[in-house]
Ligand binder design. Structure first.
Ligand code: C2E
Ligand code: CA
Ligand code: CA
Ligand code: CA
Length: 275
């Protein structure tokens, strides 16, 4: 009998239990923080499992509030979605990601590969999304930007997703299916989505050394990706043993604490980008 899986990388937030009051306070403060550009982007390295070289980074949002302290994106992103703030946040995220790419480029420490950003379902629902992204990131070549969307977001309206993904790819963006393995997509759709990358969900990587089922799932995802000529990126790689096994299995890239934690732009550049 299959074990219940967490649907995200975030631990269940106890604080959500405080319910309405915290959410009320939080949504007001979040709205102000987004308006005043008080959120920060952190950058986590992605590396090639064979050469160990940097292949890109994922931009992850951080919010520190004077009253609430650090709030996890697992809490504030869903809240932003519910409160109608996610578009504004998404616009800021894309603008900020493009700005940072340009800063690294002109400072002679360009980021190799792509900078990936997470899109939310509501952004994905915008029929003019691709043109919108192009406007916000003007000055940066589309091939330098990776768009990540979770498997469950793809599957909300798979036919529409097929169409949008093709528009994105035609415009030159790279596209990853995030948290893969948790969202019940069918092989038929997988083949039709114009995504170039599958990100293997952290929940399968976590116990892959101890748990034979998880190992089999990871192996199967990699085989499937290879058959569809897609690249695989494993998330949540925390040990050298996991990295070695993933490399043996033919996984292309990895992201996780073993290689590097998400860092603010200057620290990321100092650690990972060489002039
Ligand atoms: P995600 O896209 O699956 O991002 C990976 C998450 O795993 C990040 O959590 C990252 O910090 C964490 N992580 C990376 N390596 C390891 C590891 O080795 N072990 C463990 N245990 N965790 C690891 P984070 O930064 O808390 O973000 C959580 C989620 O919030 C992200 O999941 C993403 O879906 C969402 N998110 C973050 N920033 C944004 C944003 O600006 N916009 C949108 N729409 N979503 C965002
Ligand atoms: Ca996730
Ligand atoms: Ca992601
Ligand atoms: Ca993920």
């Amino acid at each position: 009998h299959a074990k219940q899986r967490e649907n995200s990388t975030c631990p269940y937030t106890q604080t959500m239990r405080h319910g309405l009051q915290r959410r009320q306070v939080m949504s007001e403060r979040l709205s102000a923080a987004i308006n005043e550009h008080k959120l920060k982007l952190y950058f986590q390295p992605q590396v090639d499992l064979i050469s160990g070289r940097l292949t890109g980074a994922e931009a992850l949002c951080r919010w520190y509030d004077a009253e609430l302290g650090w709030v996890s994106p697992c809490e504030f992103i869903p809240l932003a979605e519910e409160c109608g703030l996610i578009r504004m946040h998404g616009d800021w995220l894309l603008t900020e990601a493009a700005r940072q790419l340009s800063v690294w480029q002109t400072g002679n420490t360009p980021l190799p590969g792509r900078l990936s950003v997470n899109l939310s379902a509501q952004q994905f629902a915008d029929p003019h999304l691709t043109a919108h992204i192009a406007r916000l990131t003007a000055g940066v070549p589309p091939s330098a930007i990776g768009l990540e969307l979770t498997e469950s977001e793809f599957m909300r309206d798979p036919d529409q997703a097929v169409e949008i993904t093709h528009t994105m790819r035609r415009a030159g963006y790279l596209l990853a299916i995030d948290d893969f393995g948790t969202g019940y997509s069918s092989l038929a759709y997988l083949r039709r989505f114009a995504a170039d990358t599958l990100k293997i969900d952290i929940s399968f990587v976590r116990e892959m050394l101890e748990n034979k089922n998880d190992r089999t799932i990871v192996k199967t995802i990699i085989a499937m990706a290879q058959a569809l000529e897609m690249k695989t990126v494993a998330e949540g790689v925390e040990t050298p043993e996991q990295a070695r096994l993933l490399a043996e299995m033919g996984c292309n890239e990895a992201q996780g604490y073993w290689f590097g934690h998400p860092l603010p732009a200057d620290e990321f550049a100092a650690a990972w980008l060489t002039p």
